[in-house]
Design a protein around this ligand. Structure first.
Ligand SMILES: Nc1ncnc2c1ncn2[C@@H]1O[C@H](COP(=O)(O)OP(=O)(O)OP(=O)(O)O)[C@@H](O)[C@H]1O
Ligand SMILES: [Mg+2]
Length: 336
């Protein structure tokens, strides 16, 4: 039985999952390794060489399968837009979609790689029936840089997908699930998507990752980055620790995030007056912060839950840090 390898290169850590390509996607390996380069895309020829060496070592040391390698793309590289268009056949849509993308995706045509997916199509062309189409545009030049790292290793990626879409798949959302915000947190960014009736509505990426929090803690307590990270992981939003001094540093950052979530809820409600966001599903390393779910929930009055990327699979499920693997599990789950 062949295997699938999912690769999620984060600025803090690289996550890899290898799973059997069977219906159950049995997990064979799950790894999380610190990213010593602290970036997700090579910016120069020298960085390309460093990335290539780093991944070559990982593939070699952990004997990672190379036959079906799937790579996640950082959300900051892509623009996603849902558009309403008149009823079109597949062929008509294929020829119209490029022009549509030009109107809504701010990437020059000669550097645009575009994928699209029909989210909702009426059964027949009736009256004013419209269909919803998701456009995902990315800068070809940036994607190529990432892809080149794998090509240097002789690997042609079988799938490149933006991380929010992988994550959403891992959450196995159904059409009767409540309107939800999906919050993917990382060291360098926080990405927010809205799902209603089981369908993607919109997304955006904010540059407030947990690395900023480390920096603020390090500065306030005169610590190095590693010690600051330990403070953050051990105490989180616990007000009883360190006489509440850590809480005072962490709070403004979490308040910024809460504000972004609140704006997202309002925006959704403005566009869908009869609907409201009812829950927030969180994922990514920083989503494990102590007291975070309760804090956001109290401030916004909605349920906040952690995603559970391993809930439906068997095999070598990692002992800890499940929240870090949502993106990889979504890549693994995709049928190609
Ligand atoms: N229990 C915890 N409480 C608070 N923060 C945590 C906890 N566990 C992990 N983190 C933080 O999560 C971050 C790493 O998360 P993750 O691996 O998802 O980031 P990344 O994918 O490398 O980043 P990005 O995708 O933004 O480039 C680190 O900053 C780490 O300190
Ligand atoms: Mg990440």
């Amino acid at each position: 039985m062949s295997s699938i390898t999912a690769l999620d290169i984060g600025s803090h850590s690289i996550k890899i999952i290898v799973a059997k390509n069977n219906k159950q996607r049995t997990i064979e390996k799950a790894l999380e390794v610190k990213n010593p380069l602290a970036s997700v895309i090579p910016q120069s020829g020298q960085e390309l060489a460093q990335f290539t060496e780093l991944l070559a070592n990982l593939f070699h040391d952990y004997k990672i399968e190379q036959s079906d390698v799937r790579l996640s793309l950082p959300e900051s590289l892509v623009t996603c837009k849902v558009i309403d268009v008149p009823y079109l056949t597949d062929a008509e849509l294929a020829s119209a979609v490029g022009w549509q993308a030009e109107q809504v995706i701010p990437i020059p045509k000669n550097d645009l790689t575009l994928q699209y997916q029909v989210l909702n199509k009426p059964a027949k062309n009736q009256g004013n029936a419209t269909m919803k189409v998701l456009l995902v545009g990315a800068k070809k030049s940036l994607i190529d840089r990432l892809n080149n790292v794998l090509l240097e290793l002789g690997i042609e990626a079988s799938l490149l997908e933006t991380q929010l879409f992988s994550l959403i798949r891992s959450l196995d959302i159904r059409s009767d699930d409540p309107e939800s915000i999906i919050l993917q947190m990382g060291a360098s960014s926080s990405d927010i998507a809205v799902i209603s009736n089981g369908m993607f509505e919109f997304s955006f990426s904010a540059k407030n990752g947990s690395q900023l929090l480390n920096a603020a803690i390090a500065q306030s307590f005169n610590l190095d980055n590693q010690q600051a990270e330990e403070y953050k992981i051990n105490y989180g939003l616990d007000q009883t620790q360190l006489e509440g001094k850590l809480f005072q540093v962490v709070k403004p950052m979490v308040d910024n995030l809460t504000l972004d979530l609140q704006k997202t809820m309002r925006f959704f409600n403005q566009n869908h007056p009869s609907q409201k966001i009812k829950r927030i599903v969180t994922s990514g390393g920083p989503a494990a912060m102590k007291g975070l779910n309760e804090y956001i929930s109290q401030n916004l009055g909605v349920e906040v839950v952690n995603g559970a990327p391993f809930s439906n699979v068997k095999g070598q499920i990692p002992q800890s840090n499940h929240l870090s693997f949502g993106v990889c599990m979504g890549l693994i789950a995709r049928e190609l």
